[in-house]
Every structure is written in C-alpha cells, then in structure tokens.
Design a protein around this ligand. Structure first.
Ligand code: GTQ
Length: 346
C-alpha cells in the first residue's frame, strides 16, 4: 500500500505558523524523506581521488603552510554528495591525506574520534601512540584509537604522506567530538608491537604488565601481505582473499566504529561484493585495479583512493593478468553491526 501523503502546502498558512512558533513539525510531509521506501537514499556518492592529483597540491601545502600553522597538514578527501565543507567521505568516514616533511613534528594530542593511518609514501616518519613509537612504512596500518595520545615525527630525508581514516563525521554528528593538546610524550620501552608478532600466539595475560584496551597499534604491511599470500595459496578457490585487522586480544575489529581490511585480488580476478548496508573505501596499495559502483567505473593506480555508498554491489577487478593487486579497505561494518542495522542483500 502506498498512498500519496499530505504535503506541507496543503496545510493553511496560519496553522503552519502556529506549529513553527511552538517548535512543532508535522511528520507526514517529511515521512517519506526520513523513511524512504525499500532502501536508503545515501548522500554518499561513488568518488575517486587519484593520488596523482592530490600529491602536488599536498606538497604545495608544505610550502604554503608551515606545520606550526597547521598542526596536521591534511587535504581532506571530501565527498561532493555530502557537501565538500562537511569533510565526509561517507556518513561515518573521514579521509585525509597528510604530509609531514623531514624534521617536522605534528604535536601531541588526543581526541574522541578513532583514527588510523595507512602509510602511502616515504620512509623515516613515526607515530608515537600511547607511548609506543610506531615506524611508518608503505602499507603499514597504525591505530590511534579514541582517547590515546598521539604525535607524528619525521627523522628521514624525503616527504612522508599517509592516509588518515577517522570516524569523525559520526562522532561529530553525535556532538561528542573534541580534542586535547599536550606536550611531547615519552617513549615507553617494551610497549611495542612485537609482542603480537605471530598469529595465534598471545602474551599470557597474567604475566602482562598492562592490559590495554588496544594492545596492538601497528600492523606492518609485510605481515598483512604475507598473510594474504598464504591465504590465497592455501585456498585456491577462495573468492574473497581478505583479512580483517583485529584486536588480537579479543578477535573483534581493531577499532569500535570502522572496520579495516587487507585484500588481495588474484591475477586477472574479478570480484563482486554483494550490496551491504555499510559504505566502503578502497585504497590501492600495489598493482592495478578497477572499481565499479553502479554506472561508475574507476581505474585505480597505486595510492589512489575511492569510496562507494552502502546498499549497492561493488565489482573489483585486477587489471593485471600476471600479478596480484593489494588493497586497503575500510568500512562502517562494526558500527552497523553494533547498531543492529547491518544487512547484506543478495
Ligand atoms: O593526525 O591526529 O586527518 O587529529 C584529522 C585529525 C589527522 C591526526 C587528521 C587528526 C589527525
């Protein structure tokens, strides 16, 4: 049953004014807008941000704006569907490309939104997160979960660029977003990633000095890549060669709101991901790939990033017939699952 609902214009002007004066709104003219039939109408538009178009402008930002005037020198990958000023890639995801030049320091702070960094280019930079110094190399994933102090420094000789993924739009929408600045942190010895260096083996908790909510902060790309290759070799018929970045202590997603994954496309492979409620972002670490979202098809070169709204299938293809392609994927799955709105459609 689908009846045409009454419109605002159908109501007498003095009645509408009487409602407005009392901070009241009639539901029925707005009902289909907030509860559209069958599926949501996402503002998130499939969008491609080629790295070749970001990098020169980011390097220019390095000349135009000293780090002291930026704190974080970032160009935000903004989705036009949400309005560029809102700085959203999707409803819950924020993406930014950050530049740190040799010798620079992005001061210590903590904030309520959760962040991760996916290192895109350059050597010698590090993030100091909750006392743990995390070296940054291409493809490494470094967490800065909610509330943890973090700062970035650079002891190398060439610019370093990384992709920031935050749940800032959601936390901001919740009116729960704020930050606190501080002085330099001190590095805490023995606080490092190496205690979770092997899958299936965890430090015995009774001997652990700390029981941190986020026990692993750095996920080296070399390990993620090797894990994907092992999985692909072990299961030649497996379609989706994908690993989830998890908290090794709990097995749950590494952060509470967004999900992070490493994916491999076999040589020549085409993979269709079913329509699911969460929006997704794809960042090509290695190789060549296309991403098709409804009528749009993006050719991803290395270090390119794109996004897809929820509720539509996404088809990925490796453009090489002889080499695998490797992607970093982020999505809103943990959020949708926790809220009970997660769905997959055939
Ligand atoms: O590096 O801490 O892209 O606080 C946005 C907010 C990066 C960061 C962003 C941030 C950071």
């Amino acid at each position: 049953m689908s009846t045409e609902l009454g419109r605002l214009e159908d109501l007498p002007a003095d009645y509408r004014e009487a409602l407005t004066e009392r901070n009241l709104v009639p539901l029925w003219p707005n009902l289909r807008g907030v509860l559209p039939p069958g599926k949501p109408r996402p503002r998130t538009r499939a969008t491609h941000w080629p790295y070749a178009s970001i990098k020169p402008l980011l390097l220019q930002a390095g000349e135009l704006t000293p780090i002291e005037k930026a704190e974080r020198r970032v160009l935000v990958l903004a989705n036009p569907g949400h309005g560029l000023d809102n700085m959203q890639a999707s409803a819950a995801m924020y993406l930014g490309m950050q530049l740190l030049l040799p010798g620079e320091w992005a001061p210590s702070h903590r904030h309520t939104p959760n962040a991760v960094r996916m290192v895109v280019e350059g050597e010698g930079a590090w993030s100091l997160v909750d006392g743990e110094k995390c070296p940054m190399s291409r493809g490494d994933l470094i967490l800065t979960p909610t509330g943890l102090w973090h700062e970035h420094g650079h002891d190398g000789t060439e610019p370093v660029i990384w992709l920031d993924v935050l749940d800032l739009p959601l936390v901001y929408y919740m009116e729960a977003s704020y930050h606190v600045n501080s002085d330099r942190q001190t590095v805490i010895a023995g606080h490092g990633e190496n205690r979770h260096a092997r899958g299936g083996l965890l430090p015995t908790l009774v001997f652990e000095r700390s029981n941190r909510a986020y026990p692993m902060l750095r996920y080296p790309w070399a390990d993620a890549r090797a894990a994907l290759e092992s999985l692909a070799a072990d299961q030649p018929d497996l379609e989706a060669v994908q690993m989830t970045y998890v908290n090794p202590q709990t097995g749950a997603h590494a952060e509470n709101i967004l999900g992070f994954y490493a994916m491999m496309l076999r040589p020549g492979q085409t993979l269709t991901l079913p329509a699911r409620s969460p929006a997704m972002i794809f960042h090509l670490i290695e190789g060549g790939a296309t991403v098709q979202v409804e009528q749009q098809r993006f050719g991803l070169a290395e270090a390119d990033t794109c996004c897809a709204p929820g509720y539509v299938p996404v088809t990925l293809a490796n453009t090489s017939a002889c080499a695998p392609a490797f992607l970093f994927v982020a999505d809103e799955t943990p959020l949708h699952q926790k809220l009970g709105v997660y769905e997959t459609r055939a």
